[in-house]
Design a protein around this ligand. Structure first.
Ligand SMILES: [Zn+2]
Length: 369
């Protein structure tokens, strides 16, 4: 199974639900042909997962739902004493949740795990075993793709570990996302939060097209590969001037690979990390240069928090006491968890609607008739 964009997969039927194997590849192909991208939303709970599914359904769009190790630990519950076990169990719990519900929302979902650096390789190995068991039972893995982030290590080491992983993932129909060059900032305990104005001047944040070529040449024959090639991306949102994106790095990488292998334009499925707070024009350029996945975490977290905060502001009394002192009216309905979480979901869905618009994926679901 090759990740290179080839015509046959464009006709593979895609049904609502989690896409894996040929259907995963076909969905990426549709993004490529339609020149649009999907938002990749980090979730850590059933409410955020359902919010993402609803956002996709309301926008008649497909979506990428992803979970980090920290998000998985929260999904499993902070009370679980074994953190390593919680990383695996939480990710499996999310995957089973999304497999059960996604088809009923009537959209296609790419289910993915976010940044796994060297210390988190055990997490990936545990998930591969879970994928294997699920594949044995249902003929489908739990996840569409996993991410390996060895961007701080030498390229050869990054590629060697990615090759080992792909040999295990490909027979299960699972793709692999790798990172080349470093995404700045901190997300979920990986990386370092920016403190000054140094981000835009850090050369490590800008990958070399030659490195993208080297990785593509070595890894794309082994399976379904996507590449997060850094072009100044930073996790989190900072004040203007701190981040300087150069999407031309993506254009140059695609051109180098297309020329080297004599392929059609944009042969590599690219991933944009740190999409939150990015200039819309930079995002559109990145999509033009073959980005099919835009990671958006900080902005959706903020949107959810804003929705909850607005609700609490409007119902202050109910968050202090159970009965209104002046009227004697019970306030149960107002502090009901479902109502203030719903306010977060609604606000977050509005933020994702903007993301679908910018990425060109609104109304483009491949499974909605
Ligand atoms: Zn990232």
């Amino acid at each position: 199974m090759s990740a290179s964009i080839s015509p046959p997969s464009a006709t593979t039927p895609i049904t609502p639900g989690v896409v894996t194997g040929a259907a995963y590849k076909a969905l990426i192909q549709r993004c490529h042909l339609g020149r649009y991208a999907l938002p990749a939303v980090n979730v850590s709970s059933s409410t955020t997962a359902n919010m993402a599914l609803e956002a996709a359904r309301r926008n008649r769009a497909d979506i990428i739902i992803q979970i980090s190790a920290g998000g998985a630990q929260f999904y499993a519950g902070r009370g679980l004493p074994d953190k390593q076990q919680a990383h695996i169990l939480g990710a499996v719990a999310l995957a089973r949740h999304v497999h059960l519900l996604a088809r009923h929302y009537g959209v296609a979902v790419i289910l993915h795990t976010d940044h796994a650096n060297r210390p988190l390789l055990g997490w990936l190995e545990g998930l591969i075993e879970e994928n294997r068991q699920h594949y044995g039972q249902t003929g489908q893995p739990l996840f569409s793709s996993h991410m390996l982030d060895l961007s701080t290590e030498p390229l050869e080491q990054n590629i060697a570990t990615a090759a080992t992983l792909l040999q295990k993932l490909t027979p299960l129909g699972i793709g692999l996302e790798i990172e080349l060059g470093i995404t700045g900032g901190e997300e979920d305990g990986i990386g370092t939060e920016l403190t000054g104005h140094h981000a835009a001047k850090n050369p490590e944040l800008y990958t070399e097209p030659e490195d993208v070529l080297t990785a593509w040449k070595a890894l794309s024959p082994l399976g379904m590969l996507s590449i997060a090639a850094s072009f100044g991306n930073v996790h989190g949102v900072y004040k203007p001037g701190n981040v300087c994106l150069r999407p031309s790095i993506l254009r140059d990488s695609q051109a180098l690979i297309a020329t080297t292998f004599q392929t059609e334009p944009n042969p590599v499925p690219l991933v944009f990390h740190g999409g939150s707070g990015s200039d819309e024009q930079d995002i559109r350029h990145a999509v033009d240069y073959g980005v099919f996945k835009l990671n958006i975490d900080t902005d959706t977290q903020f949107a959810y928090a804003q929705g909850v905060a607005t609700y609490i502001d409007a119902h202050k009394e109910a968050f202090r006491r159970q009965v209104a002192p002046d009227t004697g009216r019970p306030l149960k309905h107002e502090y009901d968890i479902r109502n203030w979480m719903r306010a977060g979901e609604e606000h977050c869905i509005a933020r994702l609607t903007r993301a679908f618009d910018v990425l060109g994926s609104r109304g483009k679901s491949v499974v909605v008739s």
